[in-house]
Design a protein. Sequence first.
Length: 64
Amino acid sequence: MKNTVKLLRKAAGLRQEDLANALGVTRQTIIAIENNKYAPSLTLALKIAKHLNRPVEEIFLLEE
């Protein structure tokens, strides 16, 4: 699964630590998501989408 978390986070002027704190996760979790090393749970993906004010489908893309 690919994602645009890093691009959208930077566009929002957020540091990894800021996003992590807002979502209640560690900075390492954000790093792993941004590097496509970790696919977040549905709950976390929805929280990310809500915080970045984007539809979840715009942030997380299935690779075929």
